[in-house]
Design a protein around this ligand. Structure first.
Ligand SMILES: [Zn+2]
Ligand SMILES: [Zn+2]
Length: 123
């Protein structure tokens, strides 16, 4: 057994690696996972939504738990967002949602458009 000390073999051998690396980091950094409940976002009760005001994203299930008296306190940065009537009013994080749907062969069969049209008066 050879021991490799202190050297991380990060060689940018060709461009193809970069793409795979970015894709890999996307899940490695936990962007497709809600940072509060630790569960993966989905197109059901854990649709990723953005807390406008700080930009942090959590799943709808957690957000409805945070919602008290029309206010949401972001568990990440402690910022308070007022005037939130319901979590449905918070904008969806399309980047994550898209990633979730396209990555999962099961989810991609779900009528994505229909899900998004569920709250027509979001704005
Ligand atoms: Zn959550
Ligand atoms: Zn925040």
């Amino acid at each position: 057994m050879e021991e490799v000390k202190g050297s991380v073999p990060w060689k940018a051998e060709d461009g193809a690696i970069t793409y795979a690396k970015i894709k890999g980091e996307y899940s490695a950094r936990g962007l497709d996972v809600c940072h509060f409940c630790g569960l993966k976002f989905n197109v059901g009760e854990r649709i990723p939504r953005i807390i406008v005001g700080c930009g942090h994203t959590f799943c709808t299930s957690c957000l409805s738990y945070f919602l008290r008296n029309n206010r949401i306190r972001c568990p990440m940065c402690r910022k308070l967002l007022k005037g939130v009537e319901s979590v449905d009013k918070l904008p969806l994080n399309f980047n994550i949602l898209y990633e979730v749907v396209t990555k999962d062969p099961l989810l991609s069969t779900v009528n994505f458009e229909k899900c998004l049209q569920a709250d027509p008066d979001a704005y």
